[in-house]
Design a protein around this ligand. Structure first.
Ligand SMILES: Nc1ncnc2c1ncn2[C@@H]1O[C@H](COP(=O)(O)OP(=O)(O)OP(=O)(O)O)[C@@H](O)[C@H]1O
Length: 238
């Protein structure tokens, strides 16, 4: 039975995409940062897309904060997702793109406008308010998408390799920012990463996805001791 310490529960969730079969059965602890790791093509993005509602499960049950959301569209789920390829609206400036995170109708009060400016400042994009996404670098677009997710303040934040396009210095600064924001909000975060150092630095809990299944779910210190699981050994460079 799900309990109150679970933010997300996947119960016997099955999905087929083309020739690929996925089976997910796991719990994500509430208020923690969970790293989602695993080989390329193993199903990490698919797992996040299922939780966010961009994929629909064929079978099973998906609970977020105790509520069965299996039949709900993405907009009705208490989730904010940052994709690998961000997803900013090309014809809208950055202020508007981030403001949409707060209110899709863009009726923003003074406090909300201040929240947008603060979020842009925190990701290092103060002064970029009037710029269109096409005039930004890949890393800047990624940071803008992160700012939009921050202002949404949903209980569950899903990040699909949010810092992949950034150089090591910025990557580390964004990881610091994520940690800092997490300390402030204690929301639940799931972050896909290919980087073992990032897992060690950010995560309290780890899910390891391999061939469409979860081959490990547990605390981060246990994860680093599970070199006996072949996929994890490879991930850790062993
Ligand atoms: N709509 C689809 N139709 C058919 N196959 C799909 C579809 N979406 C994903 N797949 C396949 O499912 C597998 C898992 O994809 P997914 O994007 O979840 O992997 P991933 O672990 O996030 O990979 P990466 O680390 O490379 O981003 C891949 O083999 C992919 O080609």
């Amino acid at each position: 039975m799900p309990d109150e310490s679970d933010a997300v529960v996947l119960e016997d969730v099955r999905l087929q995409l083309g020739a690929q079969n996925f089976w997910f059965d796991c719990r994500i602890p509430k208020g923690a940062i969970t790293a989602v790791a695993g080989p390329s093509g193993s199903g990490k993005s698919t797992l996040l897309n299922l939780i966010a509602g961009f994929e629909t499960l064929d079978q099973g049950r998906l609970l977020i904060e105790g509520r069965d959301v299996s039949g709900l569209p993405p907009a009705d789920r208490p989730v904010s997702l940052v994709f690998q390829d961000n997803n900013l609206f090309a014809h809208l400036d950055l202020f508007t793109n981030v403001g949409l995170g707060i209110n899709p109708g863009l009726h923003l009060g003074a406090d909300e406008r201040a929240m947008v400016s603060t979020a842009l400042k925190r990701v290092g994009l103060a002064g970029f308010e009037c710029r269109l996404p096409s005039t930004l670098s890949g890393g800047e677009r990624q940071r803008a998408a992160f700012a939009r997710a921050l202002v949404r303040r949903k209980p569950l934040l899903l990040l699909d390799e949010p810092f992949a396009a950034l150089d090591p210095g910025l990557r580390s600064a964004m990881a610091d920012l994520l940690e800092e924001l997490h300390r402030e909000t204690r929301n639940t975060v799931m972050v896909i990463t290919h980087d073992a150092d990032e897992v060690a630095r950010l995560a309290e809990h780890v899910l390891f996805v391999d061939q469409g299944r979860i081959s490990f779910s547990g605390p981060v210190d246990v994860f680093f001791d599970r070199g006996d699981i072949e996929g994890i050994r490879t991930f850790l460079g062993g």
